[in-house]
Design a protein around this ligand. Structure first.
Ligand code: AHR
Length: 500
């Protein structure tokens, strides 16, 4: 018998949800920048060359923070190539992805784009081919008011006021052999520590993110986190997590269980961070920046012409099942709101992204757009500590997978309760039997769902096969709320305090 029971009390919370968990990522990769957010000559481009049709979707999606410029790209990037008069900027071989980088879009364009889209920049520095010197110069260029070489160069380049970038990634995936100048944990810890130290001396108000393992599956996972963090502890604020779920074995029950691995990964990283804090008897706590997460497998193995500009790479066309896994990952992030303070759906446009474009043509929403949209719209405030009990199943890779996956959020004003739920079961409706404690006067106002009999249904520029539907609003009876969840579905139920 499949079942799911959730108890929620308005006073039992995990913690405040940091608005920065609704971040995303733009890398100089494929058509993320060129043909994605930036396409001079496109009918919808503004005077900066920014696509206003794409910007409108980004604003609607509620993305508040955008990581830039990589990713693997950053480990070979000379940021100085991307500033100053565009005509004088060098074209470079880009070794991370085997393309040519024209550098017509760089730091100042990105900062302008952030202002236009109302997003906060999260910058990454090159700790691959470069190091602490280039990193502290970039902080000076971005954040120092003026009167020095780099800050005056920024002013000369048209940005009178500092860009004020608060959040800085110390390299990217430095444990990965695919990374330019990858390092072992000790070498990385040392260079990251020195870079962070000089960057913070340049601007003490910034926060830094140390690279964690590039995935949960790395052989060095755990050891890498504790070693590098122990060396750099005093100069860092967050450790990164990256996770992309694949679906190589075409086994749907297994794929839909992937959120369980996100949960395990977060818990393991929290343990590693707390171990180092304990070992050092440190007062400061280190939290998580989950700065790359998504589903990624459709585009694996796609070929393109080497050294071309802005090729169609990593252009995953997401299906309905992918949207459910994205919903589960969001649930896991919300359930750990006390420790996951930053998170970036990777990426934002065209490259493994919720938004797709055609060059010179339309922009549209992929299936994964919707769970993110609703979480970012209604998943703000306080994450509630739900007590969950339900039936489970086993797959090839996972055991004890709950049929239903949930998270719950109480808005900051305490007047709206939002419950997110994924029914992983392929065949059966399951009722989420929710017991509400200390929610007097709350009444359900809407039930939105993503449902589709075809796990492979996709959205295209002309047809949206996967779109939210409005369900009949469930009723509360004496603190009991029964939410019917269709098989293979993502759901959001909102309750509001009714004013007398
Ligand atoms: O997001 C695509 C790539 O995935 C990034 O460049 C890298 O950091 C990760 O391996």
């Amino acid at each position: 018998m499949k079942y799911a029971k959730l108890t929620l009390c308005s006073e039992y919370e995990v913690g405040r949800i940091d608005d920065r968990v609704y971040g995303s990522f733009i890398e100089h990769l494929g058509r993320a920048v060129y043909g994605g957010i930036y396409e001079p000559g496109h009918p919808a481009a503004d005077e900066n060359g920014f696509r206003t049709d794409v910007n409108a979707l980004i604003k609607e999606l509620g993305v508040g923070l955008v990581r830039y410029p990589g990713g693997n790209f950053v480990s070979g990037y000379n940021w100085e190539d991307g500033i100053g008069p565009v005509a004088e900027r060098p074209r470079r071989l880009e070794l991370a992805w085997g393309t040519t980088e024209p550098n017509t879009f760089g730091t100042d364009e990105f900062m302008r784009w952030c202002r236009v889209t109302g997003t906060e920049p999260m910058m990454a520095v090159n700790l691959g081919t470069r190091g602490p010197d280039g990193s502290r110069n970039l902080v000076e260029y971005c954040n120092h008011p003026g009167g020095t070489y780099w800050s005056d160069l920024r002013r000369k380049n048209g940005a009178e006021k500092p860009h004020g970038v608060k959040l800085w990634c110390l390299g990217n995936e430095m444990d990965g052999p695919w990374q330019m100048c990858h390092k072992d944990a000790v070498d990385y810890g040392k260079v990251a520590n020195e870079a962070a130290k000089l960057m913070k001396w340049t601007d003490p108000s910034i926060e830094t993110v140390l690279c964690g393992s590039s995935s949960y599956g790395m052989k060095t996972f755990g050891e890498w986190e504790t070693t590098a963090l122990d060396i750099a502890y005093d100069n860092v604020d967050y450790v990164s997590m990256h996770q992309y779920h694949g679906n190589s074995d075409d086994y749907l029950e297994n794929f839909l269980a992937k959120g369980v691995e996100t949960e395990q990964f977060i818990k393991s990283v929290v343990s590693a961070l707390d171990y180092v804090q304990g070992k050092r008897h440190a007062k400061k706590r280190i939290d998580i920046s989950f700065d790359e997460w998504n589903v990624w497998y459709h585009s694996h193995g796609a070929e393109f012409e080497k050294w071309c500009e802005a090729p169609h790479i990593l252009e995953d066309i997401y299906n309905f099942a992918d949207a459910l896994v994205v919903g589960e990952m969001l649930n896991a992030i919300l359930r750990h709101a006390d420790r996951v303070k930053v998170a970036c759906l990777a990426q934002l446009v065209n490259v493994i992204a919720p938004i797709m474009t055609e060059n010179g043509g339309k922009a549209w929403k992929q299936t994964i757009y919707y769970p993110f949209y609703y979480a970012s719209k209604y998943g703000r405030g306080r994450s509630l500590q739900g007590l969950f009990e339900g039936s489970k199943y086993d797959t090839r890779w996972y055991t004890d997978v709950p049929h239903v996956d949930t998270s719950a959020v109480l808005s900051e004003d305490g007047e709206t309760l939002t419950i997110f739920a994924v029914n992983r079961d392929l065949k059966d409706d399951i009722t989420l039997q929710t017991k509400l404690i200390a929610f007097e006067g709350f009444a359900p106002v809407e039930h939105i769902a993503l449902e589709n009999a075809d796990p492979e249904a996709i959205n295209t520029k002309d047809h949206e096969a996967v779109a939210p539907v409005k369900k009949a609003c469930p009723k509360t009876d004496n603190g009991q709320l029964d939410i019917p969840l269709s098989p293979m579905s993502w759901n959001m139920v909102r309750l509001q305090k009714i004013k007398n």
